[in-house]
Design a protein around this ligand. Structure first.
Ligand code: GAF
Length: 385
């Protein structure tokens, strides 16, 4: 298939009859570790994928936005009245209108624009295609309008678009990854302060690869279950009298759990508190250049998501078990859960063997054939030449 930036450019030219003024790209992501910790004010460690969403765009007079999407083949138009309050634009267009709404709501003078969107980030695979779309559109509008909005303040705004306009109660990880990741690095993000540290993650030098397997499991009730997990965490924090579960240290965990009667809430709290610690431990190993030693932390994260947070599904558990059985150093589900992708840390020359083992396990269980890619950390949102 043609390069995604070329497809966005060609789409722009075809739809609007002129070349775009510029092209802005934002990546999908995998999360190395730190799941469901972001909305608990905790820690995450995603890295950007080489798969990107590209917005080709130009500026137009007046508050009017026209958007063509390669994926749906549709062109939608909305104006100021549609972005006065959330909810008027629905479907994929809500991610675009949500960004315009959030910018205007924060007092920015958003330029009218025409956009053409193309993407290589698969939808519904848990690789954060929605944040990639938000980030591509946001960076395009910020540049076209010369808006005063530095990169470190952009993720919160894109998250607002998703929470308040689209209506998905997500945390800040995905938008931060799409905007702030750096080539060759994982993004260590403190979701309370939004401070970041770019952690070198040189898989090639370590002779390793991250294999990303798309389980292709249908998302089962993912939205409702995500919101339910978030509620349980908030209930846990309220019971313990802390602003967020991030404030419960792993050394205080036993005492905290003893104060919670409800077994389900106890397990949700245990996942979040131990997961935050696993992120910190992973970062410490990476800082020390001990990449191959992070494997057991990844696998422990998976067990915690499976047993305590209960967000995995049979296809996902099968992929993790099959990868570990043929020698992956660690494996875990990545993303919000109930489907999506598994990542496995493998010896670089074993990636194919591991992928084949997962496919064979899927065939045995009668699951749909999974797809896979090997991922190296890529840059965050950027204007293309
Ligand atoms: C989804 C959400 F969008 C993120 O904010 C995060 O909570 C993740 O699930 C789980 O870690 O990707």
């Amino acid at each position: 298939m043609t390069d995604v930036a070329d497809r966005a450019t060609a789409g722009f030219q075809r739809e609007y009859g002129t070349p775009p003024a510029g092209r802005w790209a934002a990546p999908g992501r995998v999360n190395l570790i730190g799941e469901h910790t972001d909305y608990n004010d905790g820690f995450v460690l995603p890295f950007a994928l080489p798969l990107r969403t590209v917005a080709a765009a130009d500026r137009q007079d007046g508050p009017r936005w026209t958007v063509w999407s390669e994926l749906s083949g549709e062109t939608i138009t909305f104006d100021a009245a549609d972005v006065d309050e959330p909810g008027r634009v629905t479907g994929w267009g809500a991610y675009v209108a949500g960004v315009v709404w959030a910018l205007r709501d924060a007092g920015h003078d958003v330029p009218g624009a025409r956009l053409a969107i193309a993407s290589d980030v698969p939808l519904g695979a848990g690789l954060s295609s929605s944040a990639a779309l938000e980030a591509a559109v946001l960076t395009a509008l910020v540049d076209l309008g010369g808006l005063d909005l530095p990169a470190e303040r952009q993720p919160r705004l894109a998250q607002r678009a998703e929470n308040a306009y689209v209506g998905a109660p997500t945390g800040i990880m995905d938008q931060s990854a799409a905007i702030r990741c750096r080539d060759g690095h994982a993004l260590f993000l403190d979701c309370r302060t939004e401070e970041v540290e770019h952690i070198p993650f040189d898989l090639r030098a370590a002779g390793l690869a991250v294999l990303v397997v798309d389980s292709r499991a249908p998302h089962r009730h993912a939205d409702g279950e995500y919101a339910a997990r978030r509620k349980s965490c908030e209930a846990g924090a309220a019971l313990l009298g802390v602003p967020a579960l991030r404030d419960v240290g792993v050394d205080q965990l036993d005492a905290a759990l003893a104060r919670i009667d409800d077994d389900e809430t106890r397990r949700r709290v245990r996942h979040v508190v131990t997961e935050d610690q696993r992120v910190l431990d992973t970062v410490a190993l990476l800082r020390a250049g001990r990449v191959r030693e992070i494997g057991p932390l990844l696998t422990a994260s998976h067990a915690s998501m499976r047993d305590d947070f209960e967000i995995t599904v049979p296809e996902i558990d099968t992929a993790v078990e099959a990868a570990l059985a043929v020698g992956a150093l660690g494996a875990r589900m990545t993303g919000g859960g109930f489907g999506g992708c598994v990542l496995a840390l493998v010896e670089a020359d074993a990636a194919d063997t591991v992928a084949e083992a997962v496919a064979a396990a899927y065939a045995d269980r009668g699951f749909q054939t999974p797809t896979h890619l090997t991922a190296l950390p890529a840059p965050g949102a950027t204007r293309l030449a």
